[in-house]
Every structure is written in C-alpha cells, then in structure tokens.
Design a protein around this ligand. Structure first.
Ligand code: HEM
Length: 514
C-alpha cells in the first residue's frame, strides 16, 4: 500500500514538474486579442501557483465550493486549470446574455477522448461537436423517442411500468418492508427507457436487469473522474497522459458486451420489424451506404450509454429528492393529495394524461428540481473568443454554469432555500417572448439552448407520475422526525443518505382493483 502511495506521489510530482516546464516554456504572453476586444479578462480570484484553481473545481461538492467563490468574487469569474482558461458563470443575467448572444458559440463540449470508449470520446453524443453527426442523432432522438408524438406513442409502456412500480411498493407495504426510493425509481426510469428505445427491458429473473442498472451506477461513480479528466485533459494530452483510462475502459467494455448482444438480436429481426424502434433505425443507418450520416457500431452503442446515463439517474434522483421534501413538509403532502384525489379520484391510478390537470403537482416537481437539480453544473466550451458582461473570454475557454447557485439566487428567488411549490403557481408570466426567456433562465434544471436537455418532457413525466402515484396510494413512515437532506459529493447531486421509508397503503378501493 505504502509503495502504491509512494508511486502515486512520484507520478504526481513528475506531472507537476512537466507541467511547470511546459508552463514556463510555452506560456503565451498576455492574449493579444484582449487589445482587439478593448476589454480585460473577467475578474479572477486568488489562485495557487502552477495549478491555478484546480483544487476548487475538484472539491467534493464542487457546486458548493464554486458557490462560495462566486458569492465572494462575483457572478462571472475567470479561473485557470494550469494555464487553460475556465469561465465560471453563477447568475441568471450573465447566463441569459451568453445563451442569447453566444448559444452557437457554446454549443460544443470539448471533452477528453479515449478511442473506442463508449463513455467519453468522439462517438459520444453529448461530447459530439455541434455539427452534422450531432444534428442527425438529435433529429432521430426527437422523432423516435423524446418529441411529443414519440412520447404519445410510448405512453402505454410508461403506464405499464408505473403499474409495476405500484405493485412492487404494494408488495413491500404488505410485507412491511423498507423501500429505497432511489432504487425503485431507477428501475422505473431504466425499464421504461429500455422498452421505449429497444422494445424490451432486461430480465429481472436472471440478474440481467440488475447488472445493467449496476453499470449505470458505476458510470455515475465515474462522473467525478470524468470531470477531472475533462478539466485536465488539455494539459495532460500534451504530455500523452490519458487519465483514468483503465477504469473508464472497464465500464465501457461491460456496456459494450451488453449492447453488442442487443444489436445482434435486433439485426436478426431487422427485416420482420414493422414498427421500428430507435435501435432498428440506427442499424438501418449503419448499414446504409447512402445514409444522411454514416455512423459506426460504436456510435450506436455510445448513444445508448449516453441515453441511459442522461435519463435514468437524473430522473431517479429527482424523484427521490422531491419525495424527501414532501415527507418533510406534511402541509404540502396534504394539499397535493387533495388535488390528486379530486382530479384522479380514489379508484384508479394516476396517469400521465392527468398531469396537465394537476398544477400543484407540477409546481411540486418544479420546486424539487429547482432546489435539487440532478446536474448542478453544466459544462460547455467557447469555440471562439467573445465579449461577455464587458469582459473578454478567449477562444477554447471552458464554460462552467452553476445552475444550483442560479436557482438559489436570493436576488431572484424569494426564500430561495425553502421548499415552496406555490412560487410556480403565480401567474406573473410575461407575454413578451424576450422577457419570458430571461425569466426562464432563472430556472435551468435542464440547461438551455441548442445543447439543453432534449429529455425534459420525459423527465417531467417520470417525476410527476412517480411522485403522484406515491402520494396518491401510500402514506410514508420514516425513521426519526425528518428525512436528512445532506448532499453527497459527486458530479450528480445525490442524497448523502438515500431515502428509505415504509409504505402504508392508503386507498382501499384502488387496492381491491389491482
Ligand atoms: C429530471 C430529469 C432530467 C434532468 C434534470 C436533466 C438535466 C440535463 C441537463 C442539465 C443537461 C445538460 C444541459 C446543458 O448543457 O445545457 C442534460 C443533457 C442531456 N439530457 Fe437530460 N435531464 C433529465 C432527463 C433526461 C432524460 C429522461 C433523457 C432522455 C432519455 C435525457 C437526455 C439528455 C441528453 C441526451 C443530454 C445531452 C444533450 C446534448 O448534449 O445536446 N435527459 N440533461
């Protein structure tokens, strides 16, 4: 063990010396573009020699340490990862300016690339530059999976999965077992997404489903390392170092194995399929010499990894956080229940078509996402130099937007730390499109612009129906008076103590029907 620590230490020292060497030899004089733009770089807080602000960006609750930084030094800051520029944005007004005037400029993410990896690299949709490949995949994603018509077609699948979720909770309630809400919610979003995109879910019986969910969790655990690799990849790339390659390739290979099986299964049935799912369409494009965009097998697999990573845990975390808030606020639970009982009644399960008639439930979901955005930071790259807030931002600067801070900004939100769904019921909406957009940017759990989340409607459905069903059908008892709401370290905002509670069935007539 001591030898490993010693090796690591020597390795880090070597890296630092090489970087120092690089920094001293290749450091550019003050950017000449500054003069052309006639303005200076954004303010920069004190930094450490050589490494700059790396330690702040990589702290365990990065969104919180960046929150401290912005509250002390301002909403637009210039940071350094060694000699590479990062701009940190922490206010809605600066974010608005960026998305309004520079959306195209920030529509790519300059992530590190490990050849053949399905997790990071050029085949990954979320890392793809804003170009032909991205546009081709996005069009497919909207028409086959996430757009309004596609969601309408797949409604039955989600209704089925919601019923399965309900039965599983009921079973646990009868046995008086404790439920881990996050785990159950992951099953719901994961099964629904697989069935919606490849026509089947993985079997619970032979442990296949558990294994696939485990891979998404492993991927989740890697996010911090991927952020680390992303922030450091430009200095390290020059030294030929690829961070965490072994761990990343290990998870990537396991995904590869699962997805190759599904691909082969689809290839065998391709000719018989009448109603083609997303994988069929991608396979057809893969085999078509004249396809609008030529894609590889790796592109297809990487696309599915991204989809499940982006869609499963985000929705499950939101369900968990929102339920925790509801359990901690009995008045909100009471009001929510009254609304659901009056609109849905007590003899059938809530459905997603009920959601538009349940404004308070929608407000509760939005408030959950405001206080606990599953992705508190969004990361992009400025492709070209530009002027923001009167300051110059050089080309290839990494943009980090702190959505967590923007959605708790006391100058914009009343009682920002409190769970108050009513704030989303007020009808203070402006009719002016511009003002509406600016208003919207104060609320950005799904990011914004061309690279904003394409799954927001599905996300609202997952969270709204799951939370609605749990409130409609069960009372929830917990150990102690209150659920602990501490945040866990990591790139995704998860609960430090996962929500565990016991369901107690509520609606007798509904139970009798099931
Ligand atoms: C409550 C649930 C969800 C939340 C809070 C969420 C949030 C986000 C955020 C913050 C981003 C980055 C946006 C940016 O950079 O501006 C993102 C990207 C993305 N999300 Fe979601 N998401 C959710 C559910 C989903 C679902 C259900 C899917 C689809 C199955 C999905 C697919 C994606 C994809 C593919 C991207 C990458 C988009 C791109 O690079 O252009 N998300 N999401």
């Amino acid at each position: 063990m001591a030898a490993i620590i010693g090796d690591c230490f020597i390795f880090i020292l070597l890296c630092l010396f090489s970087l120092l060497f690089y920094y001293l030899i290749f450091r550019k004089p003050k950017n000449s573009r500054l003069v052309a733009y006639g303005c200076d770089l954004p303010p920069s807080p004190p930094s450490l020699p050589i490494i700059g602000h790396v330690h702040l960006l990589l702290s365990s609750l990065a969104h919180k340490s960046l929150q401290k930084l912005s509250s002390k030094y301002g909403p637009l800051l210039y940071l350094r990862v060694f000699n590479f520029p990062v701009v940190l944005v922490s206010s809605a007004s600066v974010a608005y300016e960026i998305f309004k005037a520079h959306d195209l400029n920030i529509s790519s993410r300059d992530n590190p690339s490990i050849d053949d990896s399905l997790l990071i690299g050029s085949s990954v949709f979320g890392s793809a530059p804003y170009g032909d490949y991205f546009k081709f995949m996005k069009k497919l994603l909207v028409t086959k999976l996430l757009g309004p018509q596609a969601l309408e077609r797949s409604r039955g699948i989600r209704a089925d999965e919601l019923e399965r979720f309900h039965s599983s909770l009921l079973d646990k309630a009868v046995k008086k077992e404790i439920v881990e809400i996050g785990k159950e919610a992951t099953k719901l979003s994961n099964n629904s997404l697989w069935r919606m995109s490849i026509g089947r879910s993985f079997s619970e019986k032979n442990g296949e489903a558990e294994r696939v969910r485990g891979l998404v969790t492993e991927l989740d655990g890697l996010t911090k390392k991927v952020l680390f690799a992303t922030l450091l990849h430009r200095p390290l790339e020059k030294l030929g170092i690829s961070l965490f390659k072994k761990e990343i390739m290990c998870v990537s290979d396991s995904f590869d194995e699962v997805l190759e099986r599904v691909l082969v299964e689809h290839e065998q049935k391709l000719d018989d399929h009448q109603d083609r799912d997303m994988m069929d369409v991608l396979l057809a494009a893969y085999g078509d010499e004249n396809a609008e965009h030529k894609i590889s097998r790796n592109h297809i697999k990487a696309f599915f990894v991204e989809l499940f990573f982006a869609g499963t845990d985000t929705s499950a975390q939101s369900i968990q956080w929102t339920m925790a808030e509801i359990i901690n606020n009995p008045n909100i639970l009471k009001r929510l229940r009254e609304e659901i009982d009056s609109v849905v009644g007590k003899t059938r399960l809530i459905q997603e078509t009920d959601l538009p008639k349940l404004p308070y439930l929608q407000a509760v979901v939005k408030e959950g996402l405001r206080l606990h955005p599953p992705l508190p930071l969004f990361v992009r790259t400025f492709q070209e130099g530009c002027k923001i807030g009167g300051f110059y931002v050089p080309e290839k600067t990494t943009l980090i937007g702190n959505a967590y801070v923007m959605m708790r900004d006391p100058s914009v939100w009343e009682d920002p730390e409190e769970f108050k769904p009513e704030r989303f019921l007020s009808s203070s909406r402006s009719t002016q499109e511009e003002e509406r957009r600016e208003q919207a940017l104060k609320y950005i759990p799904f990011g914004s612009g061309r690279r904003g989340c394409p799954g927001s409607s599905l996300g609202y459905i997952f969270v709204g129906t799951a939370v609605g069903m749990m409130v409609q059908c069960f009372d929830w008892s917990i150990k102690g008076d209150k659920v602990q709401m501490d945040e866990a370290g990591g790139l995704n905002l998860s609960m430090a103590h996962s929500l565990k509670c016991t369901p107690v069935p509520r609606n007798r007539p509904l139970l009798a029907d099931q």
